[in-house]
Design a protein around this ligand. Structure first.
Ligand SMILES: [Zn+2]
Length: 102
């Protein structure tokens, strides 16, 4: 893969807080917490520059939870009650790519 292709691939995988918020709005995700009805969220699409939250998926093959299969995610945490909403990052990236194609 050329440097240009790699740069383009990386750009397509970029997901910012603005993208996440636009995705939630476009999908009609309620801004009210389903547990406490407050609307005060911390939105976390990444933990640090190149790291984002994941859900580890346990398998029947053995104790390979860490280093095994996982789902990349983005998080919303209610600032009032601590409720955590977790979204599969792939859906947000696909929505963003579709929007970019017009
Ligand atoms: Zn809440």
């Amino acid at each position: 893969m050329s440097d240009d292709q790699e740069a383009e691939r990386r750009k397509q995988q970029e997901l910012g807080e603005d993208d996440f918020l636009a995705y939630l709005k476009a999908k009609g995700v309620s801004p009210e917490c389903e547990l406490c009805s407050h609307n005060d969220w911390v939105v976390t699409e990444r933990i640090t520059d190149n790291y984002w939250p994941v859900i580890s998926v346990a398998t029947f093959r053995g104790p390979d939870v860490f280093g095994g299969p996982y789902i990349e995610t983005a998080l919303m945490v209610c600032n009032h009650c601590g409720n955590v909403r977790q979204f599969a990052r792939r859906f947000i990236l696909e929505w963003k790519a579709e929007k970019a194609r017009g």
